[in-house]
Write a protein that binds this ligand. Structure first.
Ligand code: COA
Length: 129
């Protein structure tokens, strides 16, 4: 809305993911799982790191956090790959939207944050308009 100086928080979402669980899913389903959930850019980023599964788990957590921040959750007919995590030169994550999620969030801004520990990752997402 032009001329408006304030923003409104539309939703927040948080998700914790156990890295071991993601590793077991990859061991069982391999590329079927990876290719369904993650974009090529997300996988390339993860594989450029020392512990790819940590970054894969983190991207999974971001997608779930965004789904929670959306009032519709994942029920609106959109795909995991419609939410893509990218990192700027400093490492700061943001999301690029595609498809139905992009339509739903036209005019909104999403802010995300990720943290890793040895066994779990957590992601937080905030949608503002
Ligand atoms: C940003 C920073 C606080 C992250 O601290 P950390 O404890 O290593 O971070 P965590 O392990 O909890 O989380 C890692 C996530 O932080 C996020 N992150 C990385 N750099 C970030 C930045 N500049 N701003 C915001 N988030 C950032 C990423 O999403 C990363 O996960 P991903 O690689 O899977 O996307 C720290 O790296 C920092 O201060 N960086 C700036 C200074 C710097 O580059 N120092 C070099 C090290 S000597």
């Amino acid at each position: 809305m032009p001329g408006r100086w304030w923003t409104m928080i539309e939703g927040i979402g948080v998700d914790v993911v156990e890295i071991g669980r993601v590793q077991r899913t990859i061991d069982t389903w391999g590329n079927d799982f990876l290719g369904k959930i993650f974009t090529d850019q997300e996988l390339a980023y993860a594989h450029s790191k020392r512990n790819p599964v940590h970054h894969i788990a983190a991207r999974f957590a971001v997608k779930e956090a965004v789904a929670k921040a959306l009032s519709t959750g994942w029920s609106g007919g959109f795909r995991w790959k419609d939410v893509e995590v990218e990192n700027d030169a400093a490492g700061k994550p943001s999301v690029v939207l595609y498809g139905r999620v992009k339509e739903l969030l036209q005019g909104s801004k999403i802010i995300v944050s990720i943290s890793h520990s040895e066994n779990v990752v957590v992601a937080f997402a905030l949608i503002e308009r």
